[in-house]
Structure formats: structure tokens, C-alpha cells
Design a protein around this ligand. Sequence first.
Ligand code: ADP
Length: 315
Amino acid sequence: MSSVPENAPDHCPGTNSEDAGKASACAGCPNQQICSSGATKAPDPDLDAVKERLSSVKYKILVLSGKGGVGKSTVTAMIGRALALDESKEVGILDIDICGPSQPRVLGALEEKIHSSGAGWSPIYVGENLAVMSIGFLLNSKDDAVIWRGPKKNGMIKQFLRDVDWGTLDYMVVDTPPGTSDEHLSIVQYLSAAPPVAAIIVTTPQEVALLDVRKEITFCRKVNIPIIGIVENMTTFVCPKCKTETAIFPPTTGGGEQLAIDFDLPLLGRLPIDPRIAKACDHGENFLTEVPDSPATAAYKEVAKRIVEFCNVQS
Ligand code: ADP
């Protein structure tokens, strides 16, 4: 049967096509949004394989941001590290920021390469109970660029979800690209087959960041992903010498706090700027254990605690 709808524009790629909703012919078509969401496509036969693989992963947590540079990858890594402070839990970090994979560097695994076994791809262990998988491990050099179109990126995300041998995980924290792109639609499509899934939204206090975050919240609501809460990063700068707190990025429209009120979401934490975070991440060190007395460390731990509470209530 043809997958081209009756009211389709000329050159409609068909609702089952990888280009559905994305081809130039789709511009202006009333079905464009629904096609590009993937909702019209026949079920992917690999969904069952993903579901089977992820049945040993208890909670899947997507970390989202509207803009790049707000600290999403840093927050992802720190949440993973903070959750792994509980030695009774197994934690995995999945980096699907295909064009800008940061986790290998931030987690100190830059030189690692993936090994595969009969059970699938083995993730890299950066701690006793903390594993990571990133496209960064598959690149020949850290300066390689990934220049892929949507379908290829989606194929890689599927492979990550289907073929990585995580073993049993309590939490899988997923670092996503900024915005709402093909990668988000793919991961949501696959993870929705293996609930529970929830999201955390990272922003900085400025309106220019918040603007895009509102779209992220709308996206989550459209695809039925519950939002654990908002993390405001770079809220203030606390001078390490005089301890004076300064708002470097003034919250002209109320920052994360107002956003949380507007959307009726919890504000999970407000993370201060601490130059030692950037330094530790550049060196792949664990900031939480290296700088235990930083207010940022306390804030990260509090965010992790709230995530655990959310997950416990869900289960
Ligand atoms: P994104 O993933 O949103 O693009 P990153 O996590 O890569 O952002 O962060 C961008 C830069 O800001 C990195 O150098 C990171 O170390 C730094 N950074 C993030 N959060 C903080 C913070 N709270 N204090 C200091 N530096 C930070």
C-alpha cells in the first residue's frame, strides 16, 4: 500500500520514508509536523530489540537544554557521578550528542576505544559503578568531525540503545544535543518503548537561554516525557577568596525560578559558577571528590538526591 497520503504535496516522500516531514516538498504541508515526529511511520522492528536490551536498565533520564554552552554535558556527567556516589547503584552515561560528544573528555576517558563481545559493545568504566558510552569512542581522532544526516544519526542512536551491553543499571543518564532535533525524536521513540523515562532541563538564568528552554518543555509535554525538574546552571559566581556572590548572568525575566513557577515544575537546583568545575572537567577529574567543599558540589548532590526521590516515587 502507498504511504503517500491523499492530500500530499507533489514529491511527497511518503509517510514511511526517513525523509517524512523533512524533505523540501514537505514545507507548508499540513501533515509536516506529524510526519517529522515519526508518528506516521510503521513500527520499527528494532523497537523490540531495544526494549529487550533496556529491560535491565531501571530509569532512563534525558538531560536536555535549549541552547548549547549552558553546561548540559557538565551537568550530565556530574549527575552521573553524584548518583554513582551510592556504591549500591549502577550508573551509565550515554552520550548521544553525536556532533559534539563531550563525555569522553569530561569523564577522563578520552583515549579509550570500544570493545565488542558476543554480548554487544562494552561501555567504558570510569569508576567501579559508572560506565559511559559515547560516539567519541568510535572516532579515529579526537579532532574528527561527525558530519552525518538525520537517518545515519538515528541509526547510530538505535545501535547505542540496542547493542551496548550495560549489564544491569539503576540509572542511565543521557546527554543529548541542544535543542530539539532528529536525535531527540529518535531517542524518545526508542526509550518510550522501554519506560520509565524522564527528563531534566538545564538552563542558565538569561532570557536568551530560557527562550529555547520553553520549547524544550513543550517538546517533552508533546511526546509525554515527564520532566523531573529544571536545573539552573551558572546562577551566581562565588569568589573563592572573599566569598562574595555575584550574578554574572542577571535573571532579567526571573531565571529558572520563574520558569519553574510558570510551567509548574520543580527547580532541582541552582548551580554556581566555579572555575574549578571547568578545570576538573577539562582534565577528566571527578569534581565532586576533588573539590568536596565547593557550594557547587553540594548543589550537584542535592540535584541527584531529588532525581532519586523522583525515580523512587515513579517505581
Ligand atoms: P553544553 O553541554 O551545554 O554545551 P558544557 O557542559 O560543555 O555545555 O559546558 C560549557 C563550558 O562551561 C565547559 O567548559 C564547562 O566546563 C563549563 N561549565 C559548565 N558549568 C559550569 C559551572 N557551573 N561553573 C564553571 N564552569 C562551568
